[in-house]
Design a protein around this ligand. Structure first.
Ligand code: HEC
Length: 736
């Protein structure tokens, strides 16, 4: 058949001519007639505010606009109320993304010098940045993400301009795809900076920057709630959350599916714009727009924050706010917390918290302000879809309304609830440590967070007693949490405070105390049962579900403690709670790498003694075998064949004992593939250890083959006396 290659050639030529975002074979019908689409004139900030619709009682105010700033994508208030604004000026300067390789990104510092609530002075803190994405405050400067670089930049002479730029890490994301690369640097209550599209969290401790693995989360916009739980957003999924800290999985099973991590907080993705939205990338697909032309479901959800201020009415606090720049709107997602699980619903059914008819209103980030206001970062660009995804359809839409220009707009707005009392610019950097401790009880989350950050950064331990008494005695749970984490940041959490906090009736304080107990548990691991350890085990046995999950996660960090392992293993078998079971499986290392799920059934056929053998075998495996066969048992090209799913592992245990005792020389066939390598002898392991590791590989990865005992190993070792050469496949197959 000659026809086929010709058709293929035609198709690929067609592709070359089309926009990057076009899908082969898809016709891009215009679903909304041109005469129905309103023009998109450039509005002044005052005109733009008139296009905003917010619920009764709320009001939108202008904080800053061009020419003071342009193309803002992120912002942060420093301790004195100065607003650092990150400008990504290089994004989509033309529909073909011309100039994206130009280092024209800047960071502005905005000040309100006359106290009227509007920013009136700009200092360019830093310029010459290539597509910068994220900023975060640290000490007297800023962490700046300019993939692949993560910098620490500061102004050492007080002129407001950064004159020191220290490289910290050079693998913070990449430049390939601006829609999908590292961002975040969200300083969470636990004193770590968390990220999206990046598998590390960062922390400055012991005089240097440290990092630890975390599971990958996406996409743009992450925030913590009053309890330090992290929420994030990706495009068509408006809200997810890690209901428990994710680093436990980052260390052990980064891609595991655990019900309490990456939890879908929003099930309904419907969205309710205030205008028709023909200018969205897949606007030609019937499911993208409603009959009336409005966007039907979220497509560019981003910039999430949790409202933690004290200015909005009580019922709004701790709700999530999410931007949808394609639909020119902001969602308020009311959050409901039951027993540690969080679910969210649109606070305004069939409409939104803020809608606009201005097609250039592009909210891309939100933040809590020192005054309790909710701040909106408006990118104010007509084209917000990157070249890599831009369809011919959207390009035409944009060009027909002149949306590709201008490029020098940019706005920051503030939403307040009336009556909004006069706000004063905080001057927190000059406060004494004792004054900062008092602010840990402030009703505004921004003030508490900032006070904690300053206290931890200063490292002034004179306030330890004041923090202790706040942690023990405050009537406000939030203040207790901040006091506990500030002490943690100072490295001054005492065992007695942990023990006292483990008795706290509030589950969030209890959970925090469990996390803080981990170093205490580790210090006493080899000693007689410590008071803390029995408290934590008791929490695992008798706590509420959320407390038990945290207890399981914390105990899971305790290595090799036999009694604890036994309790965890038994509980893993018997608990009826899926969450607790999964947390225990994570701690016990029972994740199935192939299905990415927790393996809950494989140990059920084993006696208590065999389960212990399995647990001990895992440790040996990690030390003696995992370097070649890999922790996931899938082997590694050129190094070792897989054990997971291997017919050798499933087959005669006597052969396995021989392989470990004397080694193995290829060629050998495993799962249909021939390997010509060599496995060295592992005969240095004791009989008992060999029985343990073999029991482990025969019950890990979903295997359910009989365990191996030490007596069987001894018999085979004795039989071969001083044999030194490795076995071959033919030799092994002679043994039954
Ligand atoms: C230095 C790398 C290395 C280490 C360490 C190692 N192996 Fe192997 N293993 C191999 C190689 C290579 C083969 C295949 C030999 C060949 O290709 O000739 C193999 C084969 C096997 C096989 C049979 C084939 C299969 O995939 O099922 C088993 C079972 C096995 N190893 C178990 C273990 C156990 C258990 C340990 C730890 C006690 C261990 N290995 C440690 C490299 C290693």
């Amino acid at each position: 058949m000659m026809l086929r290659p010709i058709i293929l050639v035609l198709l690929s030529v067609g592709n070359l001519l089309a926009q990057n975002g076009d899908k082969p074979g898809e016709t891009q019908a215009v679903r909304i007639p041109a005469e129905k689409i309103p023009p998109a004139p450039v509005l002044t900030p005052a005109q733009a505010i008139k296009t905003f619709k917010v619920p009764a009682g709320f009001e939108v105010q202008l904080v800053a606009s061009e020419p003071l700033i342009q193309a803002p994508v992120a912002a942060q208030f420093d301790a004195d109320g100065r607003l650092f604004v990150l400008e990504m000026r290089g994004f989509m300067n033309t529909p073909d993304a011309a100039g994206e390789d130009q280092p024209n990104g800047q960071i502005a510092v905005l000040e309100d010098t006359n106290g009227d609530g509007t920013m009136d002075r700009r200092t360019t803190f830093l310029d010459g940045l290539l597509m910068p994405r994220t900023i975060s405050l640290f000490r007297d400067g800023l962490l700046v993400a300019e993939p692949p670089q993560l910098w620490f930049c500061r102004d050492t002479n007080g002129d407001g301009k950064a004159d020191e730029k220290v490289p910290l890490f050079n693998d913070y994301g990449d430049r390939k795809n601006p829609e999908h690369t590292a961002n975040g640097l969200v300083l969470a209550m636990d004193n770590w900076y968390y990220n999206l599209y990046h598998t590390w969290r960062y922390r400055f401790q012991g005089g240097h920057w440290d990092r630890e693995p975390i599971p990958n989360r996406v996409q743009w916009g992450m925030a913590q709630d009053d309890f330090g739980r992290l929420f994030f957003t990706s495009n068509s999924d408006l809200l997810r959350g890690d209901l428990f800290p994710s680093h436990y999985a980052g260390l052990r099973a980064p891609t595991a599916r655990l019900s309490f991590l990456n939890h879908p907080v929003a099930r309904d993705q419907s969205v309710w714009p205030g205008r028709i939205n023909p200018g969205v990338n897949r606007g030609y697909q019937p499911q993208t727009l409603r009959e009336d032309g409005r966007l039907s479901v979220f497509t560019a959800a981003c910039g999430t924050t949790i409202y933690r201020g004290d200015q909005f009415p009580e019922d709004v606090r701790n709700d999530a706010f999410v931007c949808e720049p394609s639909g020119n709107l902001i969602r308020r997602q009311a959050l409901h917390d039951t027993g540690g699980s969080v679910n969210g619903t649109n606070a305004y059914p069939q409409t939104e918290f803020l809608t606009s008819t201005d097609e250039r209103f592009r909210p891309v980030n939100l933040l809590n302000g020192p005054d309790g206001g909710l701040y909106i970062v408006d990118f104010a660009r007509g084209i917000i879809q990157h070249r890599i995804y831009l369809t011919s359809y959207l390009r035409k839409q944009a060009e027909s309304r002149g949306l590709q220009a201008p490029l020098d707009l940019g706005r920051i707005y503030r939403v307040v609830h009336r009556p909004s009392t006069a706000k004063h610019t905080p001057k927190m950097s000059g406060l004494s440590a004792a004054e900062l401790v008092a602010l840990l009880s402030h009703p505004n989350g921004w003030s508490r967070d900032t006070a904690q950050r300053l206290l931890v950064e200063r490292g002034d331990s004179s306030v330890v007693p004041a923090l202790e008494s706040l942690a023990r005695g405050s009537a406000d749970v939030r203040a207790k949490l901040h006091a506990l984490w500030t002490l943690e940041g100072l490295g001054r959490v005492s065992a007695s405070l942990v023990q006292a906090s483990l008795k706290d009736p509030h589950p969030q304080v209890h959970r925090t105390a469990l996390r803080l107990s981990e170093p205490v548990l580790r210090e006493t691991a080899d000693l007689k049962p410590s008071a803390t350890r029995s408290q934590v085990v008791n929490a695992l046995l008798n706590g509420s579900t959320e407390v038990r999950v945290q207890a399981a996660l914390s105990l899971g960090t305790l290595k090799n403690h036999k009694e604890v392992q036994t309790v965890m293993t038994e509980m893993h078998e018997t608990t009826g709670s899926e969450w607790v079971k999964q947390a225990l499986a994570l701690g016990l290392g029972l994740m199935d790498p192939q299905t990415n799920t927790v393996n809950v059934a494989q140990l059920s056929g084993l006696t208590a003694d065999e389960k212990k053998r399995f647990a001990a075998g895992k440790e040996i495996y990690m030390m003696a075998c995992a370097a070649c066969h890999q922790p996931h048992g899938l082997g590694q090209e050129g190094l070792a064949p897989p054990l997971s799913g291997s017919e050798w592992v499933a087959g005669s245990p006597d052969r396995l004992v021989r392989v470990v005792l004397h080694g193995l020389r290829g060629p050998i066939k495993v799962k249909g593939q021939t390997y010509q390598l060599e496995m060295p002898t592992m005969g240095i392991l004791e009989d008992e250890q060999i029985s343990q590791v073999l029991t482990y590989i025969r019950h890990e990865w979903g295997h359910t083959f009989s365990p191996v005992d030490a007596a069987a190993v001894k018999k085979i070792r004795d039989q071969h006396g001083t044999r030194e050469e490795a076995w071959t496949e033919t030799e092994l197959l002679r043994f039954k």
